[in-house]
Ligand binder design. Structure first.
Ligand code: DON
Length: 308
């Protein structure tokens, strides 16, 4: 079992870490550019223990797109499938995460899936709350339950840095408003979305969240936080769209439901087995952690973690 063989695991981390030189830290959100490129940290949670930890698993990073999995689960729990999927589709795009191109060619003009930015903005517009702050607190309360850590909050500097530079996301949101996918104030939606993306946690927290998804929506103590059917649905999106236009290759090489974020994190959920949290800020051109993906490939191969 994975919790044994610490030496083998350490060796895999060392090997994966070498690939950090093949990527770059995200800089289109200025505050993310401060990250150190050669970092690689990982935590694996099996429901009983954090059974494997390497690197600085207490270092904090922001969720970025990984948050899209959590807002999707929350929106589905609150609004139901019919309402959510009226605003966002279920198909992978094969395009970069922030692409605008398919919005114009689709009829009706709704985003193809909730993992790309346009789809995530549509989902975020469904999160409950009268004000941005209420929505943020509501989402944080959900994340506290998933992770068992009620200290998690968002990083104000990262949120502000993205808010000031989020013109492409604003353009997507205005497009969606024009086509009645979202209503309300676009800047308030961007304010909420950038705070959602700036929620800050550690690999240990991420591994525990992954475990809830892996464990059909139940925490390690058996408490249901996400209904089984929604946990299943969310994991399916992680497989088909979680690594954007690298999702196909990732499914073949790794085969673990996973979601990446441009901070360099990856949330993994091995059904009925493990939650995985990875932080490695060196990214490939598609916005996925280079060393994180390499490590998942090594782990999946060695411990037969592929779901296929
Ligand atoms: O909206 C953005 O561009 C970022 N807040 C999140 C993008 C992201 O994490 C894409 N993931 N790999």
């Amino acid at each position: 079992m994975i919790c044994k063989g610490q030496l083998e695991l350490d060796e895999m981390v060392k090997q994966a870490q070498k690939s950090t030189i093949n990527g770059k830290v995200a800089n289109y959100i200025p505050a993310l550019a401060k990250a150190e490129r050669d970092v690689l940290a990982v935590s694996i949670f099996d429901g009983a223990d954090l059974c494997f930890v390497a690197g600085n698993s207490e270092e904090r990073f922001t969720l970025q797109s990984t948050s899209k999995v959590l807002t999707l689960a929350l929106a589905l729990m609150d609004c139901g499938e019919d309402k959510v999927f009226k605003k966002v589709g279920m198909e992978p795009t094969g395009d970069p995460f922030n692409s605008i191109s398919k919005l114009e060619t689709q009829i009706p003009s709704k985003p193809l899936n909730p993992m790309i930015n346009a789809g995530a903005l549509a989902v975020s517009s469904l999160i409950k709350g009268r004000t941005v702050e209420e929505k943020v607190q509501y989402l944080l309360a959900f994340i506290h339950k998933l992770s068992g850590n009620n200290k998690i909050t968002y990083n104000k500097e990262v949120a502000q840095s993205e808010y000031e530079t989020a013109d492409l996301n604003r353009a997507l949101a205005y497009f969606l408003k024009q086509h009645h996918i979202i209503d309300g104030d676009v800047n308030e939606l961007i304010d909420f979305y950038t705070k959602q993306c700036a929620i800050e946690l550690t690999c240990n927290d991420l591994a525990r969240i992954g475990y809830v998804l892996a464990n059909e929506g139940r925490c390690a103590d058996g408490q249901e936080v996400i209904p089984f059917e929604i946990a299943r649905l969310v994991k399916t999106f992680m497989v088909t769209c979680g690594m954007y236009n690298a999702s196909g290759e990732f499914a073949i090489k790794v085969g673990i439901p996973a979601k990446s974020g441009v901070s360099g994190c990856i949330l993994g959920a091995v059904p009925n087995r493990l939650g995985i949290g990875i932080y490695g800020p060196s990214l490939d051109e598609k916005g996925n952690s280079v060393a994180g993906m390499k490590l998942l490939e090594l782990l999946a191969e060695h411990y037969h973690l592929s779901i296929f």
